[in-house]
Design a protein around this ligand. Structure first.
Ligand SMILES: Nc1ncnc2c1ncn2[C@@H]1O[C@H](COP(=O)(O)OP(=O)(O)OP(=O)(O)O)[C@@H](O)[C@H]1O
Length: 614
């Protein structure tokens, strides 16, 4: 089942045309373990063979030494039965031993692949997929798959072989009764097929609902403060209760479906056994069957009870695995849209001048009809700092996110030193662009690891310089200095501290282009002034695009671009815009907003010159 066209999860409960198709596609993960599986199957079949041989030995015992009252023969056959029992136990042990290691290895490989794929997928994919859905796919769905690959699939093959071998032996012992047992496979098949159909739909619903519940838990954990502040605990609890109730109801429906089917599956072999007991006893009485053969027949038939009884569980496991495979393939089938183009080139650090140019850039979010950015023409010269100012929702963050290709333009192009960004190797581009967001993300790792995410090879003195620049030396005073582990999302730090660490991380890249999305918003006036004065030094050597709101930070920029409803309406030095553009004044002050008449973006060469109105 493919992912939605806009990269979102597909409709709930939708069942693919080939329910087992996606499960079959995962066979490539079995291949590296083919030898282990062959041994596994061999050990399983040998153990079953030993088990099947026991009733045949019993037949010899009854018809031979027991009938003839011959003690030495009885001991020999008894010893053979014991040896078969021991061999069966040993083989089962070997099978279980191999089984656990290969299935765990397969699960780990699939999990690593899904995780790597998630990393390749663009920001727009993650905007659309609830994180709980991804979490449940990479955890519980993979466990379901492992259970199937290690147990369900194995027992499906083993039980099928056992069934066929035993039925052949039964037919040889007594053709009529043997065929009767063989015929019982028909109702079994019909029951199993009906169960499989219904169970597939129910298990898809349940696995999706598990994802929904995981999303709710994650949202609650993240929004705990907001929830408590607004006293919204009961509402969220009610939402959660509704989610878990839905999950419970689907679970109960699934359980009942399985119970109902298991009862039917139990009934068939027991009914057949009843018929065999009566008919077999009659055959013994009329001399058409020896007592030994009768004992062997019944013992062998009893060996079919477990394979038939476990059929319901195996089908359930198989359907859950098919659903899990569908859900995992939905992620794996989503093509990463932002990738290296064929022939993409890498730009290396010192040769890069850092001339950034937006040419008639248009951008529309996937699934949305309205463009967020329209006809953006803007040039940021090497070493220049350009501030982007605009009302909330005007598209500032979106504009900045296009530079490291978190999203790709939907019209026009952006160039760096004349190269279309889409013709550059992604790793090279992202190595040249340092970025800090207003909402800085710090990971559950040490401060050092968080800082060097942008440059794993950074030296200690470089990290120190970046921390000094970002006024983040407080990191040295944490309990274990830079080795201190931060809590989830760095929650143990204040907003301003997190922003400063994120800023240090961005400048550590020694970026050719620095993109800062309002990174000083959480700082107090005093710290902001210190960071600004330090930033000034960094900005001298790099091309920078800043989203800023405060006039003090705007002073860092040589020019300012005013963004209004996705369009650049004015470009020029701050003082001039302030003097000549009412809309600009309105954005920076409490004046009522007056949309400006469109203005041609000024040529950077005209910096300081009067603005040109179009
Ligand atoms: N992931 C997204 N998917 C769809 N629309 C989005 C997405 N992110 C932002 N938008 C929309 O794009 C528009 C511009 O958003 P953007 O965040 O770029 O504005 P902004 O100028 O940075 O706002 P602010 O100053 O409040 O941060 C808004 O209308 C917003 O609803």
């Amino acid at each position: 089942m493919a992912a939605g066209s806009d990269g979102g999860p597909t409709d709930r409960g939708e069942v693919g045309r080939h329910p087992l198709g996606n499960l079959w596609r995962l066979r490539r993960y079995l291949r590296p373990h083919a030898t282990e599986f062959a041994w596994l199957m061999l050990a399983g079949l040998a153990a079953t063979g030993a088990g099947i041989a026991v009733p045949l030995v019993a037949q010899r015992v009854v018809d031979g030494p027991v009938a003839a009252r011959e003690l030495p023969g009885l001991f020999q056959l008894g010893a053979l039965a014991l040896a078969l029992g021991l061999a069966e136990a040993l083989l089962i042990f070997i099978r279980r031993w191999v089984q656990s290691s290969s299935s765990m290895a397969m699960e780990a490989t699939i999990r690593a692949d899904v995780y790597a794929h998630l990393q390749r997928l663009p920001a727009s994919f993650h905007d659309r997929w609830p994180s709980g859905q991804l979490l449940s796919r990479i955890t519980s769905d993979l466990s379901v798959l492992r259970r199937f690959l290690s147990f369900g699939l194995f027992f499906l093959v083993l039980n099928l072989v056992t069934y066929l071998v035993v039925v052949v032996l039964l037919i040889r012992l007594h053709p009529v009764l043997g065929l009767l047992v063989a015929a019982s496979a028909v109702p079994l098949f019909l029951i199993a097929r009906r169960f499989g159909r219904h169970y597939h739909t129910a298990s898809r619903r349940m696995q999706d609902q598990q994802g929904d519940v995981a999303t709710l838990v994650e949202e609650t954990a993240q929004g705990l403060r907001t929830m408590k502040a607004y006293g919204r605990g009961p509402q969220l609890a009610a939402r959660f209760a509704a989610g878990t109730r839905a999950l419970h109801d689907t679970g109960v429906r699934k359980g009942r479906l399985l119970a109902h089917t298991s009862a039917l599956l139990d009934l068939v072999p027991n009914l057949t056994l009843g018929v065999v007991l009566v008919a077999g006893a009659a055959a013994v009485a009329t001399g058409r069957l020896t007592i030994g053969q009768f004992v062997a027949f019944v013992s062998l038939q009893l060996m079919l009870i477990w394979p038939v009884q476990s059929l319901g569980w195996i089908i359930a496991n198989g359907q859950e695995a098919a659903t899990a495979a569908d859900r995992i393939q939905e992620v794996l089938d989503t093509e990463p849209s932002i990738v290296d183009a064929p022939g993409a080139v890498a730009l290396s650090g010192p040769a890069v001048r850092g001339r950034l140019r937006f040419e008639a850039v248009t951008f529309r979010y996937p699934g949305s009809t309205a463009a967020v950015l329209r006809g953006i023409d803007l040039t940021v010269e090497p070493g220049e700092t350009l501030a982007v100012v605009g009302a909330t929702g005007s598209g500032k963050s979106t504009l900045l996110s296009l530079v490291p290709r978190l999203h790709d333009v939907t019209g026009g192009r952006i160039t760096l030193d004349g190269h279309d960004l889409r013709d550059l190797r992604l790793a090279s581009l992202r190595g040249l662009v340092g970025m800090a967001f207003e909402e800085p993300t710090l990971f559950s790792m040490s401060v050092w690891e968080n800082l060097t995410l942008s440059r794993p090879d950074a030296e200690e003195d470089e990290v120190r310089a970046a921390l000094t620049l970002a006024q983040a030396e407080f990191a040295y005073d944490l309990p274990w200095g830079l080795r201190t582990r931060l809590g989830e999302q760095g929650l143990s730090l204040s907003g301003g501290q997190r922003q400063r660490l994120a800023l240090a991380r961005a400048v550590l890249v020694r970026p050719a282009v620095l993109v800062l999305d309002d990174p000083l918003s959480a700082l107090d006036v005093h710290t902001e002034a210190l960071v600004e004065s330090a930033l000034k030094r960094v900005l001298r050597d790099t091309t920078a695009l800043l989203v800023v709101h405060r006039p003090s930070t705007i002073a860092l920029a040589g020019r300012v671009a005013l963004l209004e409803q996705g369009r650049i309406t004015a470009v020029g030095p701050h003082a001039e815009l302030l003097a000549t553009v009412p809309a600009y004044r309105a954005v920076l002050s409490a004046e009522p907003a007056v949309p400006s008449a469109p203005r041609a973006p000024a040529d950077p060469a005209l910096d300081g010159a009067p603005l040109v109105r179009s």
